[in-house]
Write a protein that binds this ligand. Structure first.
Ligand SMILES: [Fe+2]
Length: 316
C-alpha cells in the first residue's frame, strides 16, 4: 500500500474518531458509551480498514461491563457474544469462527438470535448444528430466538429440539442460573412474538411497544436478588429492559446499522434511519443498566465488519 493511501486512511480515521467523541458528548446525554468502546472503534477503524483492503476478516470487539451488583466470583467472567449469523458459513465447518471464539477463552457463549434466516429451508437450518456443537465444546452456550426464528416458528421449534440434544440451553421466555463457587447470576432469554418486529400486513408501521409490563408478562417478575443478565434480540427497547431490572442486556438485530460511518449506523431492519443502539456498550445514566449490542455476522454491511463480541464482566 502506498504511503499516500495509508496517510489518507489515517486522516479519515482520526476525523471519524473526533466526530464519534463530539457526537457522544453532545448528542447522547442519556446514553454513555464507555471509553473502551471508543478506543475499540478507533482500533478497528485503523487496523480493520487496512486488513479489509486485503481480505475480509472477522473482527473482535471487546467491552468491559462493570457493576457493583456483580458477585465477586464473576469478576473477569468472559462472555463471547454472537448474533445474526443468518446461516453464513466461515470456512469448512465454520472453523474460522470457532477458532476466533476459542482464542477468546469464553466462560460462556451467548447467541442472541437470527442463527438462520426466514428464507432458509430445513436442510440449511440444520447445517448450523455442527457449528453450535463445536461452540458447545468451548463453553456452555445460551441461545435465544430473533425475529427470523419467530417468523418460521415450526422449523425453529424443530431446531430447538436438536440444539437441546447437543446440550445448548435454549431460552424461550425462560430463565436459568449460572453458578460459580457460592455465587450465582440469573440469565433470562426473551423471545418476542413476530408481531413486535413486523405488522401482520408485512409493514413496519404501528408496531407495539415492548414495555416493562410485556417483558414481565413474558419473563415473570425480576426479583433482583441476583445479578440479572438478559438476552434480548432487539436492543431498541433498552429502557424497558432496564425498568424490568436487567443489569446487563446482550442484544443484536440491528446489524450495526448495516452501513457505518463516523461510528454511527445508518439503518435498522425496521427501515428506520440512525437507530439509537447499533454497536458496543451502552449504559443508562439513571439506572446504571448496561447493554452490549453486537453488529452481527451475516447480511449486507459496509464499513461494518462481521464481529465477535467479547464482554468481560467486572466487579466494581
Ligand atoms: Fe438479523
Amino acid at each position: 500500500m502506498s504511503f499516500r493511501v495509508f496517510h489518507f486512511l489515517s486522516v479519515l480515521t482520526f476525523a471519524e474518531y473526533c466526530v464519534i467523541i463530539l457526537y457522544e458528548t453532545f448528542a447522547c446525554s442519556e446514553v454513555d458509551h464507555l471509553k473502551n468502546d471508543k478506543f475499540n472503534e478507533m482500533v478497528y477503524l485503523t487496523i480493520g480498514r487496512l486488513c479489509d483492503l486485503k481480505k475480509r476478516r472477522l473482527s473482535v470487539c471487546k467491552c468491559n461491563a462493570e457493576s457493583a451488583r456483580l458477585p465477586q466470583e464473576f469478576d473477569g467472567f468472559r462472555i463471547v457474544h454472537l448474533s445474526d449469523l443468518h446461516s453464513k458459513c466461515y470456512g469448512e465447518n465454520d472453523a474460522e469462527l470457532v477458532r476466533v471464539c476459542a482464542a477468546l477463552k469464553p466462560d460462556m457463549i451467548a447467541f442472541t438470535g437470527d442463527l438462520f434466516s426466514r428464507s432458509s429451508d430445513m436442510e440449511k437450518i440444520l447445517s448450523r448444528l455442527p457449528l453450535m456443537k463445536a461452540l458447545g465444546k468451548l463453553a456452555p452456550v445460551y441461545y435465544i430466538w430473533g425475529n427470523h426464528e419467530a417468523d418460521i416458528k415450526d422449523k425453529a421449534l424443530l431446531m430447538n429440539d436438536r440444539l437441546r440434544e447437543l446440550g445448548i440451553t435454549v431460552l424461550m421466555n425462560d430463565k436459568a442460573r449460572i453458578v460459580r463457587g457460592n455465587a450465582q447470576i440469573e440469565i433470562a432469554g426473551l423471545a418476542l412474538p413476530s408481531r413486535f418486529y413486523r405488522s401482520p400486513d408485512g409493514s413496519y408501521r404501528k408496531l407495539p411497544d415492548v414495555t416493562e409490563k410485556i417483558i414481565e408478562h413474558l419473563l415473570g417478575k425480576n426479583d433482583r436478588r441476583s445479578f440479572s443478565l438478559l438476552l434480548a434480540h432487539n436492543p431498541l427497547p433498552f429502557p424497558s429492559y432496564a425498568e424490568w431490572g436487567a443489569d446487563l442486556t446482550l442484544s443484536g438485530h440491528i446489524h450495526g446499522g448495516m452501513i457505518r460511518a463516523f461510528g454511527i449506523g445508518l439503518l435498522s431492519p425496521e427501515r428506520k434511519f440512525f437507530p439509537r443502539y447499533t454497536k458496543g456498550l451502552y449504559r443508562l445514566s439513571k439506572s446504571g443498566s448496561q447493554m452490549v449490542v453486537s453488529p452481527g455476522l451475516g447480511k449486507f454491511r459496509l464499513n461494518n465488519p462481521e464481529t465477535v463480541m467479547l464482554c468481560v464482566l467486572n466487579k466494581r
